[in-house]
Design a protein around this ligand. Structure first.
Ligand code: KG4
Ligand code: ZN
Length: 339
């Protein structure tokens, strides 16, 4: 079965084709021009998706050595995301499905990330814990099987990636901040500055706004004129990165003590962070479970994770109709709660 997946929820246009056994193509076009604006400009994002989506579908078919008639299922991200950006991808996908008379599957973007570990050779085993860390979400979930996903915790304010991006902006590192903070942190001292992390009543929830404010206060106190010398910049990045990773790991550790799982998976854009990857692997080793972290190309937004999730859903008898509702069929918050 060949599944085409289109992702256009934010600032990456991506088209992938997967078969039962492998990823045949996963093409990603990143909209780096948002850097100039310090964040994603929705209207510009929609326009760029519109320019890229068709050429990317053609290129993915060429790379896969397939023609359109050999595609069995067509899928796209249905939400959550920027509505204008989403509209481009899923309207294109629905149009294609209509013209080719093929089934269409609308995929929840977060589900795409959750199951992205299945794109790897070593796959998560059910039940598994997954930490979703992206620009818009921070979630700790217990995944019982492909359709039963329980929410253990989420952020009460900023997402982890958002905190990286906002701190990056404060430090003049442009957008997105995460990769730049990681580069600067590599040669900094992570124990130089103490940035406090939240300890919330709800044991699996996260909060990053206090940490973000702590960095702001530090900058106001030590660099009132905003002239940060390189050494201090590196130490701020390293200390902030350590605090963020500690905050994430603290809850994963608690969840591993409370739930019996076979694997832990780390997914989403922030999963590209090496310190976070290394610490999750270490924690998994301590608990003698398997750690599954997608390779970098599958951490950020990509079409392969959308196609893979569509394949799982389709095999479970799920497909969606082609009526042109302005917002797609899958609600963003569909996770189950433990009693
Ligand atoms: O999953 P993603 O590509 O898009 C969303 O769905 O949000 O995640 C993007 C986020 C951004 O906030 C970016 O700063 C962060 O992932 N990110 C990183 C790294 N690479 C990307 N954060 C920390 N370290 C990185 N190496
Ligand atoms: Zn994402």
């Amino acid at each position: 079965m060949n599944v085409l997946g289109i992702e256009s929820s934010c600032d990456e246009t991506s088209v992938a084709i997967i078969s039962d056994k492998s990823v045949k193509a996963n093409l990603i076009s990143s909209q780096d021009f948002h850097t100039n604006f310090g964040g994603v400009v929705p209207e510009l994002s929609s326009r760029a998706h519109l320019q890229k989506v068709k050429p990317l579908v053609e290129a993915a078919l060429k790379k896969s050595k397939l023609n359109l008639n050999e595609i069995d299922v067509i899928s796209s991200t249905g939400g959550p995301g920027l509505i204008g950006a989403l509209l481009v991808g899923f309207t294109f996908a629905k149009g294609l499905a209509f013209a080719l008379k093929k089934p269409f599957v609308s995929v929840n973007h977060i589900d795409g990330h959750i199951f992205s570990g299945f794109l790897m050779k070593k796959k998560p085993e059910f039940p598994f814990l997954v930490l979703v860390v992206s620009g818009g979400h921070t979630l700790l979930l217990f995944v019982k099987n492909v359709t039963e996903i329980y929410k253990l915790g989420t952020t009460v304010d900023d997402a982890a990636g958002e905190a990286f991006d906002k701190v990056g902006k404060m430090l003049g590192l442009g957008y997105p901040g995460g990769p730049q903070i990681e580069i600067n942190a590599a040669s900094g001292d992570e124990n130089k500055i103490y940035f406090p992390i939240a300890d919330l009543k709800h044991e699996f929830n996260f909060s990053f706004s206090g940490l973000k404010t702590a960095v702001l206060r530090y900058l106001q106190k030590h660099h009132p004129e905003n002239k940060i010398v390189a050494e201090d910049l590196k130490n701020i990045c390293a200390s902030f990165q350590k605090a963020t990773v500690d905050a994430l790991l603290q809850n994963v550790q608690k969840a591993l003590n409370s739930y019996n799982v076979k694997s832990i998976s780390l997914v989403g854009g922030v999963a590209a962070n090496k310190k976070l990857r290394d610490e999750i692997i270490e924690l998994a080793d301590e608990h003698k479970i398997n750690a599954v972290i997608p390779s970098i190309e599958y951490c950020g937004d990509n079409g392969a994770m959308i196609a893979l999730r569509a394949q799982q859903l389709f095999k479970n008898g799920i497909q969606h109709n082609l009526n042109l509702t302005p917002y797609p069929s899958i609600p963003p918050n569909h996770f189950l709660e433990f009693d």
